[in-house]
Design a protein around this ligand. Structure first.
Ligand code: HEM
Length: 353
């Protein structure tokens, strides 16, 4: 297996998530910067001993076609979006994801600034989220988040591609979504009711018994014993000025299909639940899928496709993703793809002008 990027390192107190789209004609600059990323990280990180600075870099499906010739990771595709009867998960644009982590925000900021300087004129940063670790690894709903993440060997097999796609072994698929919590509504619930929404106790973080845990609780809808295991790296973010309190959801997995099945269940429902009750207190405002190549990928990038060699050559966009809807359930193909009979969400179109 190729050496992975540091996706399995423990959560740090500070993080910055940058999502960028590649401007038309920006491909060759992006290729240069991707090749230089390991060195840029070392330049900032070496000056901050003990700072734990890492940058996990991931590439979207359309960007892959624009940047590289040759084989493509087998399951790399656009985030489909989900349109449930009550709650929606929009698909929003994104060609590059930089997941920068460190013990302190200064290191994250310095690296974000260094990389964005280099990418200037070639990309548009469409989202910048400053994440922080909150008390006892809690989210802003006040619950401990990440407890049931896999450890040891299981974490490797859950997050990393193995022999099933040898060309890309050591890589991973990552899905990110920004969720906003209406904290006033949430705080109006009793602690016991909040625990029934999540499926765990709030103070001690114990899973509720099967009898006490509702079928629409977050933990019941996302039961990893049933669905498979993913590696989550969620971080809280927020602004008191704007009254914005959120969770930046990040899930790395050996196949995007496990996370996608979880999202289908959360937004479109299960046999026993109309939707995941956490969604009454969490609104998804972004959603994007990427492939996280193994570490060595950046030292020897694949050849550029013929069209990227000519600056200004028009991009060939993949067809826009179509939102998955309740009617799609039961039509999943083996690789997690779903044939949608419905139009896209119309939010965050993937088309380029
Ligand atoms: C609104 C954003 C979210 C928040 C605040 C949140 C919070 C939590 C919390 C507090 C737990 C229980 C402790 C733990 O094991 O981590 C949990 C578990 C889990 N969450 Fe989330 N989550 C969010 C979104 C999602 C999404 C979008 C997915 C999947 C697509 C997901 C998948 C899971 C899984 C797999 C578990 C572990 C279930 C098990 O016990 O096996 N979460 N989440």
């Amino acid at each position: 297996m190729g050496e992975p990027q540091p996706i399995l390192d423990p959560l740090t107190p500070a993080a910055i998530f940058l999502v960028a789209t590649i401007d038309e004609g920006g491909e060759s600059v992006v290729r240069e910067v991707l090749a230089d990323l390991p060195g840029l990280r070392r330049s900032v990180g070496f000056r901050l001993p003990g700072g734990g600075l890492t940058c996990v870099t991931s590439i979207g499906s359309q960007a892959w076609d624009r940047l590289f010739a040759g084989p493509k990771p087998a399951e790399l595709h656009e985030f489909p979006g989900y349109r449930g009867d009550k709650h929606q998960a929009p698909a929003t644009p994104g060609d590059l994801l930089l997941h920068i982590k460190a013990e302190n925000q200064d290191a994250c900021f310095e690296l974000a600034m260094t990389i964005s300087d280099r990418l200037s004129g070639a990309v548009t940063i469409v989202d910048e989220t400053v994440g922080f670790r909150y008390f006892e690894q809690r989210d802003l709903l006040g619950f401990v988040d990440g407890t049931e993440n896999p450890e040891g060997k299981l974490a490797y097999s859950a997050a990393l591609i193995g022999d099933e796609d040898p060309e890309f072994s050591g890589g991973s698929y990552v899905i990110v979504q920004k969720y906003i919590h209406p904290l006033g509504d949430w705080r109006a619930l009793s602690i016991e009711e909040q625990e029934r929404v999540i499926g765990r106790t709030k103070l001690e973080d114990l899973e509720l018994s099967d009898d006490a845990k509702p079928a629409d609780s977050h933990v019941a809808v996302n039961d990893q014993d049933e669905l498979g295991t993913i590696v989550r790296a969620n971080m809280p973010f927020g602004s008191v000025k704007d009254g914005e309190f959120g969770t930046y959801y990040v899930a790395y997995a050996a196949s995007p299909s496990i996370t996608e099945t979880m999202l289908e269940r959360m937004f479109l429902g299960t046999d026993d639940a109309a939707y995941d009750r956490i969604l009454d207190f969490s609104t998804a405002v972004t959603g994007t899928s990427f492939f996280t190549p193994p570490d060595g990928f950046f030292d020897a990038l694949p050849e550029a496709p013929a069209q990227a060699a000519q600056p200004g050559a028009p991009a060939q966009p993949e067809a826009p993703a179509q939102a998955r809807t309740p009617e799609d359930l039961g039509e999943s193909s083996g690789d997690g793809g779903v044939v949608s009979s419905n139009g896209s969400l119309g939010i965050g179109t993937l088309k380029r002008s």
